[in-house]
Design a protein around this ligand. Structure first.
Ligand code: ZN
Length: 218
């Protein structure tokens, strides 16, 4: 997704704000691109509507600096919230791509301010308007998707090294002592040395890669 600023001329009062949240909208205008929406704000002095960001399937355009007021969800929202208009498409592929770009843009803004997903909100929460109309029904998923975008991928931990300690195995009958190891609580000693210490012979079969302790000779 390309991100760029193309600041608008109109619908931009210039009032300073200290943003505390990010408000999500859908444009309500299917198949209008980020550029179309940005140009509408810029070219219609009496529209009384604008947004800090507009995002579609290809790009995110910043229309107003985030520390200036945009006109998106009534006075209370306007004086404290960064607005994102998410474009809608009748083509489901483009629609989904715009959604995914909105997730990325939201995460980018939250990361920049050091905010968590609790700072995400909806137009509906400010004024009751059913907006963002396509995201409200899946709001929890949207928040989870932004959270996933914010969370760095977990590094795969190397397997825990086994605890290996040297030990000694004593054969009382032959008086032999053999060096061995305790690996995670189990004692391992060389089979041939142990077997021979107790008077047995050991055969290794190269074909099967198996070891046999032969029957004791009587
Ligand atoms: Zn809205």
């Amino acid at each position: 997704m390309e991100m760029r600023a193309q600041l608008i001329k109109h619908n931009r009062p210039g009032t300073r704000i200290s943003p505390t949240s990010v408000t999500i909208h859908n444009t309500g205008n299917p198949n209008s691109t980020a550029q179309n929406n940005r140009d509408y704000f810029s070219n219609h002095p009496d529209a009384k509507v604008s947004s800090h960001w507009v995002v579609d399937d290809k790009e995110a355009i910043q229309c107003i600096p985030e520390n200036e007021m945009s006109w998106h969800a009534g006075p209370e929202a306007n004086r404290q919230s960064i607005s994102i208009e998410v474009c809608e498409f009748t083509d489901p592929v483009r629609h989904e791509k715009a959604y995914l770009n909105a997730v990325k843009l939201s995460a980018e803004i939250l990361r920049r301010y050091g905010w968590g997903v609790d700072r995400l909100t909806t137009h509906q929460r400010w004024t009751g308007k059913y907006c963002p109309r396509h995201i409200l029904p899946i709001w929890d998923k949207f928040v989870a998707d932004v959270q996933a975008e914010l969370t760095p991928p977990k590094k795969r931990l190397p397997p825990k090294p086994k605890k290996i300690e040297p030990t000694l195995v004593h054969d009382e009958e032959s008086g032999t002592t053999l060096p061995a190891y305790v690996i995670d609580g189990t004692t391992y000693a060389p089979v041939r040395a142990i077997a021979e210490a107790v008077g047995r012979t050991v055969v290794w079969d190269a074909k099967t890669n198996e070891t046999t302790i032969k029957k004791a000779m009587k």
